[in-house]
Design a protein around this ligand. Structure first.
Ligand code: SAM
Length: 277
C-alpha cells in the first residue's frame, strides 16, 4: 500500500508556533523532504527530532520529486517542509502534491503558519473576498501584465515581497492603482519587530523615501471600489424595450432581454410596454 505525503507548516518567525501535530508528524515520518536541509536541520535540532532528510527545492523538484514518489509508492511516509510557513504556498511543494495526486498517493496538509493568512487577518482591510498574488515577476513585461490584469480587481489583494525590492514594487503599485488606494504593509510577522503599517500607496511610497525597508513583508492591498450602481427608472427600462422593438425584436423577447439586463420584473415591464409602447 502506498504511504502518505504530509505537508507540515513550520514557523514564519516564532518557534512557539510549531504545533503538537506538526511535531508528531515529523517524528512519525520515515523521512523529511526539505527545501533547504540546513534550515530544517536547525528546526529539527530545536525539536529534538532526528530523521533522514532529503532535499526538494525549486531546481531539483523534477528528479527529487520522482525519487520521493517512488518511496511513497513503496509504502514510506514523507513529511514535506519548506524554509518557513506552509509548503506549496509560494514554496516548493505544488508539483509534488500534483505528482502524488496523479499517482494515487494520499496527501494530507496540516494547518499552520502561513504569512498570507497571518497578514490578511491583521491588515484591517476587507477579508471576505481576497486574492493571493504571490511575488510580482521581476520581468518588466510580465509584471506590467500582472498589474494590468488586476486593474479592476475588487477583492483585497495579497502580495509577497522581498525588502530590497519593496520600494520599486510600491512605486509600481502606486502607478497601477493610484495614490489613494489603501495598503497594509505587514512586516516581520510573529517576530520581535512585528509591525503593520496601515496607509495609502502614496503614504507608503513617502514613508520609504525616509527609510530603508527591513525584514520580511506581506503587502495587503485594498480592492477597487465597485462601479456606481445607476438607478434605472421604469421609463428608462421602457426606452430600452423600445430600442429593441425598433431593432426588430418581438415585444416578448425585448421585454425578456431588458428585464434580464435591468433587473425589472418581466410581468411589470410587459404590462407597461403593452400600455405605453
Ligand atoms: N510558504 C510561506 C508561507 O506559508 O507564507 C511563504 C514562503 S515565500 C518563499 C516567502 C515570503 O513570505 C517572504 O518573502 C515574505 O513576503 C513572506 N513572509 C514569510 N515570513 C514572513 C514574516 N514573518 N513576515 C512577513 N512576511 C513573511
Amino acid at each position: 500500500m502506498a504511504g502518505m505525503l504530509y505537508l507540515v507548516p513550520t514557523p514564519i518567525g516564532n518557534l512557539g508556533d510549531i504545533s503538537q501535530r506538526c511535531r508528531e508528524t515529523l517524528e512519525a515520518a520515515d523521512f523529511i523532504a526539505a527545501e533547504d536541509t540546513r534550515v530544517s536541520l536547525k528546526l529539527l535540532n530545536h525539536l529534538n527530532i532526528k530523521k533522514p532528510l532529503v532535499s526538494y527545492y525549486e531546481h531539483n523538484r523534477a528528479e527529487s520529486g520522482q525519487r520521493i514518489l517512488e518511496r511513497l509508492l513503496a509504502g514510506e511516509t514523507c513529511a514535506l517542509v519548506s524554509d518557513a510557513g506552509s509548503p506549496a504556498i509560494s514554496d516548493p511543494g505544488e508539483d509534488l502534491v500534483a505528482l502524488c495526486a496523479q499517482n494515487g498517493v494520499t496527501v494530507s496538509a496540516i494547518p499552520g503558519p502561513c504569512a498570507v493568512i497571518t497578514a490578511l487577518s491583521m491588515s484591517g482591510l476587507p477579508t471576505g473576498r481576497f486574492t493571493f498574488e504571490g511575488f510580482l515577476s521581476t520581468n518588466k513585461k510580465s509584471r506590467q501584465e500582472h498589474l494590468q490584469s488586476l486593474a479592476a480587481e475588487q477583492r483585497t489583494m495579497v502580495f509577497y515581497e522581498a525588502p530590497h525590492k519593496l520600494t520599486n514594487t510600491l512605486n509600481d503599485l502606486l502607478a497601477a492603482f493610484g495614490p489613494e488606494r489603501r495598503i497594509s504593509l505587514c512586516r516581520e510577522l510573529t517576530k520581535l519587530h512585528e509591525e503593520v503599517i496601515r496607509t495609502t500607496l502614496q503614504g507608503a511610497v513617502d514613508y520609504y523615501r525616509e527609510q530603508d525597508p527591513r525584514g520580511e513583508y506581506v503587502l495587503v492591498l485594498e480592492g477597487a471600489a465597485p462601479p456606481p450602481v445607476t438607478e434605472l427608472t421604469l421609463e428608462d427600462a421602457l426606452s430600452l424595450v423600445a430600442e429593441k422593438l425598433a431593432q426588430g425584436l418581438s415585444r416578448k423577447d425585448a421585454v425578456k432581454l431588458v428585464a434580464k439586463e435591468t433587473g425589472f420584473a418581466k410581468n411589470a415591464l410587459y404590462d407597461a410596454a403593452m400600455k405605453q409602447l
